[in-house]
Design a protein around this ligand. Structure first.
Ligand code: FES
Length: 107
């Protein structure tokens, strides 16, 4: 199963393994990870699943669709060039080991 490394705003980190096809948000919520709220349940309608993708991984993700880009305008923490909605990142073997930083706040 591909792994995801989450780095919290305080620098602590946690690694999760999740089946192919699971979204990063689903993996985080299933593990009770702090820092992802996911109010809308994964519909790209809330921006409370915001993550910063490590620069080494950012180009390996499919481009964000229009609805994701629109919602990224509404993040509680600063939007950066590598900002994505974790509910829109589907895990696969190609993303094994991806590193994601969590913003200081989601709301
Ligand atoms: S869970 Fe709401 S936008 Fe991702």
């Amino acid at each position: 199963m591909p792994s995801i490394r989450f780095i919290q705003a305080d620098g602590s980190s946690r690694e999760l393994n999740t089946p192919d096809g699971t979204s990063v948000m689903q993996a985080a919520m299933g593990a009770g990870l702090q820092g992802i709220v996911a109010e809308c349940g994964g519909s790209a309608m809330c921006a409370t699943c915001h993550v910063y993708v490590d620069e080494a991984w950012a180009d390996r993700l499919p481009a964000a669709l229009a609805n994701e880009l629109e919602m990224l305008e509404c993040t509680a923490s600063e939007r950066l060039p590598t900002s994505r909605l974790s509910c829109q990142i589907k895990m696969s073997a190609a993303l094994d080991g991806i590193v994601l930083r969590l913003p200081a706040t989601q709301q």
